[in-house]
Design a protein around this ligand. Structure first.
Ligand SMILES: [Zn+2]
Length: 333
């Protein structure tokens, strides 16, 4: 029986794949713009057009345009703190119990902040949100794939900074070209050497080979992984290696990672025993919530409550939470 919206809302959830800059609420964007002295469209309808990607975006590049609009407002410690806090407030409405929020520190240094200051500000926002809402949270640091290998290495170095808390893992994000795991081999080698938990965007607009290369490089989780549809022969290995796939239904169609529902591998991966998870990717840019994404999946595949609970367990098992966070949540998952 298809799970109802009311049941979905009550399910305890974990979200593993959510970008800070793409998920700030409109209300907070207005507040940030005011602080930054940036003028915004007066009507919410006009503002929404600026901060949300079209449902029929032409490509991933098209999908990424709204980020350029918000980034100038995220260049101070106060703004970053506020943004992280805002997302945890939204997460509580989805009954999310634990969340990993990712961001690329190098995108927030235009006004002179150091990378450590950027990370410290975001994690202060997370800590404040944890105090005020029933949500535990960690941060994932992203290296941007359009940047140089040396620049991305400076992000990996942040994990060695003993003063930073809430740092749970590393990711490579942004435009995906075939062969990126090989291009960033020295980065991924350093991540492995320092035993930093690794998730990688792969198979979103690139080839299935990128997903396999990401796993080979040490990723225990894959962001999107839609291209796995082309290599069902490799799914058994994903099950054996307990690789989790962070899928984001609305975003995956918007970025043209997939064209038709028949080609979307979510349910087939789930049935094959692969650890698929449901995520928003970008709450604001995709105009969605985690409840909405669950409801979309429920409608597409008639998933039962038991199947949703299984998906929640996938996220719990694949998360980069600390042992203390795990102990606190294990009874719910
Ligand atoms: Zn993403």
């Amino acid at each position: 029986m298809r799970t109802s919206r009311a049941t979905i809302e009550k399910l305890p959830k974990i979200e593993l794949h959510c970008h800070l800059d793409g998920s700030i609420s409109m209300q907070t964007i207005r507040q940030l713009a005011q602080q930054a002295g940036i003028e915004l469209p007066v009507s919410d309808e006009d503002l929404r057009l600026k901060i949300t990607a079209p449902q029929n975006a032409e490509s991933l590049m098209d999908y990424l345009t709204p980020f350029d609009f918000v980034l100038p407002m995220l260049q101070t410690e106060t703004s970053l703190e506020l943004a992280a806090y805002d997302i945890l407030e939204q997460a509580q409405k989805d009954n999310i119990r634990y969340m990993e929020i990712r961001f690329a520190p190098t995108l927030h240094t235009a006004a002179g902040l150091t990378l450590s200051q950027v990370v410290a500000a975001v994690t202060r926002g997370l800590a404040a949100g944890e105090r005020d809402f029933q949500v535990k949270a960690n941060a994932l640091l992203c290296g941007m794939r359009h940047e140089s290998v040396d620049s991305v290495l400076t992000v990996v170095d942040l994990f060695a900074d003993g003063g930073l808390t809430h740092l749970a893992g590393f990711d490579l994000a942004g435009v995906e070209v075939d062969g990126f795991p090989e291009h960033f081999a020295s980065v991924l080698e350093k991540v492995k050497l320092n035993q930093i938990p690794l998730t990688l965007h792969a198979g979103e607009c690139g080839c299935a080979q990128n997903v396999l290369g990401a796993i080979k490089a040490g990723a225990s989780r894959i962001g999107h992984g839609v291209a796995l549809k082309d290599v069902p022969g490799n799914w058994e290995a994903l099950v054996a290696d307990k690789i989790a796939i962070e899928m984001a239904p609305t975003s995956n169609f918007q970025t043209k990672a997939v064209d038709t529902l028949a080609n979307y591998p979510f349910k087939k991966l789930l049935d094959a025993g692969v650890r698929v998870t449901i995520n928003t990717d970008n709450r604001t840019v995709s105009g969605t919530t985690l409840n909405d994404e669950y409801e979309k999946i429920a409608g597409w595949y008639d998933l039962s409550e038991a199947e949703f609970r299984q998906i929640g367990r996938h996220a719990f098992e694949a998360s980069f939470m600390s042992p203390e966070q795990r102990d606190a949540l294990i009874s719910e998952f």
